[in-house]
Design a protein around this ligand. Structure first.
Ligand SMILES: [Zn+2]
Length: 86
């Protein structure tokens, strides 16, 4: 069985903040591991993205969402520990 994670294991976003409640597996079921931005139909939406690129992307997203800059470090600091980047 798939382990349920609190955060997307690709971008680190809290899955509870995902409007769609998570990505989708190939069989159409809900992914308990990845968010809907990272994972659709059992595939990564950006299969070739590197960890560095993902960090830049997450920083940009956080900025766009209007969070103060110091938070971007908090969000991206532990990205390399997520399952996708192991
Ligand atoms: Zn994600």
């Amino acid at each position: 069985m798939e382990k349920a994670y609190k955060n997307c294991q690709s971008c680190g976003m809290p899955l509870s903040r995902d409007e769609q409640g998570g990505g989708t597996n190939a069989d159409g079921s809900r992914s308990l591991m990845y968010c809907s931005y990272c994972y659709q139909d059992g595939k990564f939406t950006l299969p070739d993205i590197t960890l560095m690129e993902m960090k830049a992307r997450v920083r940009q997203k956080i900025k766009e969402a209007g969070f103060p800059g110091f938070l971007t470090g908090l969000f991206t600091r532990n990205l390399h520990k997520l399952e996708r980047w192991k």
